[in-house]
Design a protein around this ligand. Structure first.
Ligand code: NAP
Length: 286
């Protein structure tokens, strides 16, 4: 049985809604394994209550928390310190307490990178194609910059949003924004293809961002990465597997961004396998 003493400290995740969050499962599994006197709880906080909630968190001595939709950007002005990577991404997903107040960073890029780094491939000549230009795509761009990809193409459907995306990475010459119509020319060149749209997410499990004909254009050795974690695998990843390509699912990114956050809060090494196993069991995978 897990021992929670009178000295126990609190961690958590804020969002609105929050009931579908998988974070409490993996974090509490890890904390139990670590023997830490810490508990991780979900907090549903409506946007209009955010500022008051954060003040309350300071008052009751919460150690740190994760941030999910819709608070990842709106919380930024309430923090006393923001890391460079979170500034570049334009969103914060991990917060901890310091003497000055709340500090924030974004561990999504690190989470995205972990399964790619473990492949020990030289990405410096590679072409990354990212489908979607939302919040997650920004973390993916930060990750691709860190990997050293030679070209980073962002594919979107809204010219105005693509323009804004491009301008916000002002000076990043490797980054090009593209319309979906350019896919036939991009796909045969892609070494890394990332789905950062919700296309194919449960319950729309029979959808993929690619048609079968488009999937046929991919290189045999392409690495396809879907940020979606349910279903597992998605139709997109299945299309690539059927053609012999390498696939990475969004569950690993979720686990690794959480592990990076837990490392910040506890300053201890984190049992990533326990986090992975707890989620796979909960989701009925294996
Ligand atoms: P978001 O900010 O809403 O962005 C979604 C992007 O997808 C937007 O660019 C949107 O285009 C595009 N899109 C949506 N439906 C489309 C369609 N039918 N055709 C073409 N483009 C479409 O969402 P997000 O936060 O970036 O999340 C994107 C996905 O990543 C979600 O599935 C989310 O669950 C997943 N995710 C996973 C992790 C993880 O840890 N594994 C972390 C974060 C996000 P418009 O802007 O034109 O609408």
């Amino acid at each position: 049985m897990r021992l929670i003493t009178g000295k126990a400290k609190l961690l958590g995740v804020i969002g609105y809604p929050i009931e579908h969050s998988l974070s409490p499962i993996m974090h509490n599994a890890a904390l139990a394994e670590m023997g830490a006197d810490l508990v991780y709880l979900p907090f549903e906080i409506a946007p209009e209550n955010l500022e008051q909630a954060i003040q309350g968190f300071a008052a009751i001595g919460i150690q740190g928390f994760s941030v999910t939709i819709p608070h990842k950007q709106t919380i930024m002005p309430l923090l006393s310190e923001i890391s460079d990577v979170a500034e570049a991404i334009g969103a914060v997903n991990t917060i901890w307490r310091t003497e000055k107040g709340w500090s924030g960073t974004n561990t999504d890029a690190e989470g995205f990178l972990a399964p790619l780094r473990s492949r020990q491939k030289d990405w410096s000549q590679s072409v990354a194609v990212i489908l979607g230009n939302g919040g997650a795509a920004r973390a993916v761009v930060a990750g691709c910059v860190e990997l050293g990809c030679a070209e980073i193409h962002i594919v979107g459907r809204d010219a105005q949003k693509l323009d804004a995306f491009s301008q916000s990475w002002n000076g990043l010459l490797r980054l090009k924004v593209r319309s979906w119509e350019t896919l036939p020319e991009l796909l045969p060149r892609a070494d890394l293809l990332v789905n950062a749209t919700p296309i194919g997410m449960s319950p729309h499990v029979d959808k993929s961002p690619l048609t079968l004909k488009e999937a046929d254009q991919l290189k045999a050795e392409v690495v396809a990465y879907d940020l979606i974690y349910t279903p597992n695998p998605t139709m997109f990843l299945q299309q690539v597997r059927d053609r012999g390509g390498v696939t990475i699912d969004g569950l690993e990114m979720l686990i690794q961004q959480g592990a990076a956050a837990l490392q910040i809060w506890t300053q201890q090494s984190v049992p990533v396998d326990t986090m992975r196993q707890s989620l796979r069991e909960y989701l009925g995978l294996n």
